[in-house]
Design a protein around this ligand. Structure first.
Ligand code: FUL
Length: 483
C-alpha cells in the first residue's frame, strides 16, 4: 500500500526528522561504571599534592615516638610563625596542610579543654599559644586547605584501652572539628597500642586487632556530621587509603576502588589490596602516598632532606599514578622549616613547573578511532575543561592520535580518565611515528585520575598515538597532554 503524500504526512515526517537530528546530535553520556567518587573525593584528587607537618615535643626530644611521659614544658619553639610555615607550603605548590594535632605521645598542639597535656602548659606564648588554631587561620589566609592528624593511640592518657579514652578521643575530635573545621582531610594513623606511660602506669596496652576498639563507624559519623566534605583516611569506611609504603610510591597498576573487608582481613593490613586496589572493590578509596622529605617524620639535626630530583621522582610515582602525594615537612626547634629543606622544595617546584609548563597537545590535531558523537569527540581531550572523549556503550577499546605540522620533542605523556563516571582503563600503549611505522614508547595498565608516563630522555616525532586496548566499559578520557 502506498502512503498518500499529504501535507499532514510531510509535517509529521519533518517533525520526526528534526527530533532524530536533535537526539542524534546530543548522545547520552555513558552510564557510571561501578563505584564512583563522591564530590569531596573529586575535589581531593584535584588537590594532587599537599603537605604533612610533624611537629610536637618529639622535635625537642629528638624522638620519632614519644613515650607519653614528656613534660609540656619541653615544647618550646623559639620562632614559630604559622604564616611563614604556610608560605613555604604555598610556594612549594602544595595545596593543603595536614598537621599532627596529636601524635602517639598524646601532647595536644591546641589548648584542649579535655586535658592538661597540651600547649596551654608549655612555654610557647606563655601558655596562650594555639599551634592548631594559628596554622588553621594562616591556611585560610593563604588559600591552603587545612586538615589534621589525631593519633588514636595515646601513650599519655590514663584511660587508653578503656571506654573512658574513647569518650575523650571523640570529645577531642568534636572539639577540633568545631573550633578549627571544616577540614579537607582527617588522618588517623595505623600505629596502635603497646607500651607507654598511660597516666604513670608505665605498662603495655594492646587494643583489638583491626582497631575494633575505636568503633570507627562512630568516629566517621562525627566527621560526617561536623565536616561533611572531609575525606577520611582510616581503616574502616575510608575515603582514601594508604598506598602500602611510606616511600611515596603508588604502584603503576592501581585501582582507586577497594573493599574495606579485603583491605584489612582479620584486622591486619593486606598490603596487596592497599597497593593495587581492586577492580571490583566496593568503595572509592584511592591511594595516598605519604612520605617525608627527611628520613624521619620529625626533625632531627643529623638528618638531611631529599634532593629536588628525588622529590621529582616521588611526584611522578604518586601524582603520576592516579593518587595524591602527602609530603611531610618537619619544623625544627625554632618551629621553622629548615632552610635546606626550603631550598630543595623550591628547586622541586621549579622542576615540576619547567617539565609541565607547555602542553604540546594544544598545537596538535586530535583524531579518534570512534566516539559517541557530538560533545564526546577527540577535541574534548584538549585542555582542562569538563568535556571528555567517550566511545559508544559497546566499544571498550580505541585510539587517539595527535599529529603536529612540525616534529616535537616529548618527554612526558599525561592521560586522565573522567573519574566522575568511574575508573575503567585496564591496558594501554603509547606509540610514536618514526616516519615509516609506529614504535611503542610506553605501556601502562591503569590510569585513573591522572597518569604521567615518562619517556626517558624523550622522543622527537610528528605523531603520537595512545591505544586503549582494554577497558571495563566504554572509554571516558578527560585529557591527553604532552610535554
Ligand atoms: C605512622 C606513625 O607511627 C609515624 O610516626 C608517622 O606519624 C606516620 C605518618 O604514620 O604510622
Amino acid at each position: 500500500m502506498r502512503t498518500a503524500i499529504t501535507s499532514k504526512n510531510i509535517l509529521y515526517q519533518l517533525i520526526m526528522l528534526a527530533l532524530a537530528m536533535v537526539v542524534g546530535c546530543t548522545p547520552q553520556p555513558p552510564e557510571p561504571m561501578g563505584v564512583v567518587p563522591a564530590k569531596r573525593q573529586i575535589a581531593w584528587h584535584q588537590m594532587e599534592q599537599y603537605a604533612f607537618v610533624h611537629f610536637t615535643i618529639n622535635t625537642f626530644t629528638d624522638k620519632e615516638w614519644g613515650y607519653g611521659d614528656e613534660s609540656p614544658e619541653w615544647f618550646a619553639p623559639t620562632d614559630f610563625d604559622a604564616d611563614a610555615l604556610v608560605r613555604v607550603v604555598k610556594d612549594a605548590g602544595l595545596t593543603g596542610l595536614i598537621l599532627t594535632a596529636k601524635h602517639h605521645d598524646g601532647f595536644c598542639l591546641w589548648p584542649s579543654r579535655y586535658t592538661e597535656h597540651s600547649v596551654k602548659n608549655s612555654p610557647y606564648k606563655g601558655g596562650k599559644g594555639d599551634i592548631v588554631g594559628e596554622v588553621a587561620e594562616a591556611c585560610r589566609r593563604h588559600g591552603i586547605k587545612f586538615g589534621f592528624y589525631l593519633s588514636p593511640w595515646d601513650r599519655n592518657h590514663a584511660g587508653y584501652g578503656s571506654e573512658e579514652y574513647l569518650i575523650y578521643y571523640r570529645n577531642q575530635l568534636r572539639e577540633l572539628l568545631t573550633d578549627y573545621g571544616p577540614v579537607f582531610e582527617m588522618w588517623f594513623d595505623g600505629a596502635n597500642g603497646g607500651d607507654g606511660y598511660y597516666g604513670g602506669r608505665n605498662e603495655t596496652r594492646r587494643v583489638e586487632l583491626g582497631y575494633l576498639y575505636y568503633d570507627w563507624p562512630k568516629v566517621v559519623d562525627i566527621i560526617r556530621e561536623l565536616s561533611p566534605e572531609t575525606v577520611v583516611w582510616s581503616s574502616s569506611l575510608p575515603d582514601a587509603r594508604w598506598c602500602s609504603n611510606e616511600r611515596g610510591v603508588i604502584d603503576e597498576h592501581c585501582w582507586a576502588m577497594a573493599s574495606p573487608e579485603d583491605m584489612y582481613p582479620g584486622g591486619r593490613d593486606s598490603l596487596a589490596v592497599l597497593r593495587y586496589g581492586q577492580e571490583d572493590g566496593s568503595r572509592w578509596a584511592p591511594a595516598e602516598a605519604d612520605v617525608s622529605i627527611r628520613p624521619g617524620w620529625f626533625y632531627h639535626a643529623d638528618e638531611r632532606p631529599k634532593s629536588a630530583e628525588e622529590l621529582f621522582d616521588i611526584y611522578l610515582t604518586s601524582v603520576g599514578r592516579g593518587g595524591t602525594l602527602l609530603l611531610n615537612l618537619a619544623p625544627d626547634r625554632r618551629g621553622r622549616i629548615p632552610e635546606e629543606d626550603i631550598e630543595a622544595l623550591m628547586a622541586w617546584r621549579k622542576m615540576i613547573d619547567q617539565a609541565f609548563s607547555r602542553d604540546l597537545a594544544a598545537d596538535a590535531e586530535f583524531s579518534v578511532s570512534s566516539s559517541r558523537g557530538r560533545g564526546y569527540g577527540a577535541e574534548c581531550m584538549q585542555g582542562e575543561d569538563l568535556a571528555y572523549w567517550a566511545t559508544e556503550d559497546n566499544v571498550k577499546s580505541g585510539e587517539v592520535c595527535l599529529t603536529w605540522a612540525e616534529a616535537k620533542s616529548i618527554k612526558y605523556v599525561v592521560v586522565q580518565e573522567h573519574i566522575a563516571l568511574g575508573q575503567r582503563v585496564r591496558e594501554f600503549v603509547v606509540e610514536s611515528y618514526d616516519g615509516h611505522k609506529w614504535q611503542q614508547v610506553a605501556i601502562g595498565t591503569t590510569i585513573g585520575y591522572k597518569r604521567i608516563l615518562s619517556l626517558g630522555n624523550g622522543i622527537t616525532t610528528t605523531a603520537l598515538r595512545i591505544r586503549f586496548l582494554d577497558s571495563r566499559g566504554p572509554l571516558t578520557i578527560d585529557r591527553v597532554a604532552v610535554y
